[in-house]
Each structure stands twice: as structure tokens, then as C-alpha cells.
Design a protein. Structure first.
Length: 181
């Protein structure tokens, strides 16, 4: 694909649901960063996101995203719904939020919004005991069709790698102890 400063531009070149969501999102962020860098932008871009455990169970929780070590957004969630601040609380959380952000804000402003929104979905999975499932097809009602693994042809052969989850709640600094500084 041609380089773009929009992290969602990759969706015009490959179908998101037929790819691993996490790798697809990273490819879009990498292509956008490369586009900005080629145009004279920074060498490095780093996002850090905080989604507290328990947010997926309801009750109000704050979620945050930092871009290059500067706080970009703090939202208040109640379960899987953004309740503050506007305009993020006024947009449908499912089925259009990412495209709304992409169309509403300039790429530099939409990117941390998109990163935080995606991280909220990913972070909400922390409350699921995935080791209780042998195959992806057992999650069909909850997750069907949203990514490559959850496509009908993949679900029966997508096996859970039990014991692979890591819990960093009690020692979050260890998560990136050997990674970006």
C-alpha cells in the first residue's frame, strides 16, 4: 500500500476481518508512522495505554493513552460504554467509532483516539478465562466473525494455547522491563 498518515488506511488494501486484529492494527500504525517519518516526522512513536482490570465488569473506570510520554486522552468508561468526555461519549462505541474518529479528526489527532478505543476492546478481554476454552468456536456467540481466528473456517482449527496468558497487575513495570524505555 502507499504510505499514509492515517492508521486506518490499511483497511482500504486488506480486509480487516480476514487478518489478525492485533497485527492489522500494528501494520496500520507502522504504515502511518512510516508515512509521517518520510515526510519529515519523528523517528519514533510510542503509545502507552492504561486499562484497569475490572473495567470490563461495569462501574466507572478511567482509561488513558499517552503518546510519546504525553497524556493524550482520559476517558471514563462504564463497562463497555464511554460516558465521558464528549464527543467520545456521544458516539456509538461499536459499529463505527473508529471510522468516526478517522473522519472527524486530523490523522495526528485521530490516531491516539483509535489506539485507545482498540485498547479498550483488547483490555476488556482480560476478564475472560480463555484457558476454559479449547477452540475458538466455543466463543462463537460472543466473538463470531470479528477477526481472522473467528472466521467460520478458522474457528474449528483455532486451538487455545493454554497457560499462555500473563498477569502484570501486581508488577506492571516488569511488562516492558526489557522493551521501550
Amino acid at each position: 500500500m502507499p504510505l499514509s498518515d492515517r492508521c486506518l488506511a490499511v483497511g482500504a488494501w486488506a480486509p480487516p476481518r480476514l487478518n489478525c486484529t492485533h497485527m492489522f492494527d500494528l501494520a496500520g500504525l507502522a504504515a502511518a508512522h512510516a508515512g509521517r517519518h518520510v515526510a519529515g516526522g519523528a523517528d519514533r512513536r510510542q503509545y502507552d495505554v492504561e486499562i484497569p482490570f475490572g473495567a470490563q465488569f461495569g462501574g466507572e473506570h478511567e482509561v488513558k493513552v499517552w503518546r510519546d510520554r504525553e497524556l493524550a486522552h482520559t476517558w471514563t468508561l462504564d463497562g463497555r460504554r464511554c460516558v465521558a468526555p464528549a464527543p467520545f461519549s456521544e458516539v456509538t462505541w461499536r459499529g463505527g467509532f473508529l471510522h468516526w474518529a478517522d473522519e472527524t479528526f486530523a490523522p495526528e489527532e485521530s490516531e491516539p483516539v483509535i489506539v485507545l478505543r482498540r485498547a479498550c476492546d483488547i483490555g476488556m478481554g482480560r476478564g475472560m478465562d480463555l484457558d476454559g476454552f479449547d477452540r475458538a468456536e466455543e466463543l462463537r456467540d460472543e466473538q463470531g466473525g470479528i477477526c481472522y481466528t473467528m472466521q467460520p473456517a478458522q474457528m474449528p482449527v483455532s486451538l487455545r494455547m493454554k497457560g499462555s496468558a500473563r498477569d502484570w497487575d501486581d508488577h506492571p513495570d516488569d511488562l516492558l522491563a526489557h522493551g521501550p524505555s
